[in-house]
Write a protein that binds this ligand. Sequence first.
Ligand code: FE2
Ligand code: FE2
Length: 349
Amino acid sequence: MTIHIIADSTERISGLRQSLGSQDVTSSLLNDATGAPKSSDAVIVRADFTVARNLVTLKALVPKLAKVERRIFIVDGRNRLFVSQAYALSATHVLETPVNGSRLLATLRQAETPCRSQPVVAADPAREASAGGARSLASMFSDMRSGRPIDVADARAAAAAIADAIAEQRLSNWLQTVRHHHEGTYQHCLLVTGVAAQFALKIGLPSADVERLTFAAMLHDIGKAKIPLAILDKPAKLTDEERVVIETHPAAGYDALVGTAGVSDETLDAVRHHHEYLDGSGYPDALCAPSISDVVRILTISDVFAALVEDRRYKPPMPRPKAYEILCEMRGKLEAPLVGAFREVALVL
Ligand SMILES: [Fe+2]
Ligand SMILES: [Fe+2]
């Protein structure tokens, strides 16, 4: 494996070279860097994100970095915002300090696995849409955490690219591509968007409705930016208190987006109500069937299915037939004819 290091000081470059031992390593200083050599298998980026000039330089490097398959950013673990910024700067994996040699090498090996089983195709719409979608989500989550308005146009374009990729390729290709995404919440949102797009195409929604649905799917969990990661990524069952906290995310997303230009009432409804069930047992408003829109019903089915089939560090993906069985068992909560129509999305590879 060939690895290129980009760092903002010679000390950091030396430290990383030492950690990588006998690996085939090249390096450049951030402000002299023109990107990583195209032939590199991985690039490791280490820079101080509190220095504005570093962020500007890295942003300019994104198109070149994106040509390298594995992009590992090492960020200061004391500020969670840096993780979002790293993903927004095209990272495929983010490590928070302190990082030792064995952790770095383990991440490089982990990053290598999907690439071996999935040869790089020059223009793979799923990979490109997944990378673009992840960047857009990272920016949105970062903006939400900082109280800045989100980039609506960017999210809309990312959703449209995902819908196009789904129209062009099979859903199973999308699931396989997106499941490799390291950051669980982004993986989930990308999965929901792809599943919703496939569902919309399957039931023959007009293209304007596909766009509205996939845009809502991209935004649906934006309120999770306000939930502590210790709860969001907890690798065990949540306590009752933690569940109360996580259940604040639909209203938090709604509150943050209300009044944002380009975000319609229909999208706000989807963000706020994607955990409502027809029998009134959902949250935050315990709506019943007549108050739950068609967009929300479709989104909720896509959301539940995506949550079951996603691949998290603590949870292997559930096989699609099993996930569909669970949807079928949610009688009274989800719209039965829609669940019936979803069969083909869930089971056809
Ligand atoms: Fe949610
Ligand atoms: Fe969700």
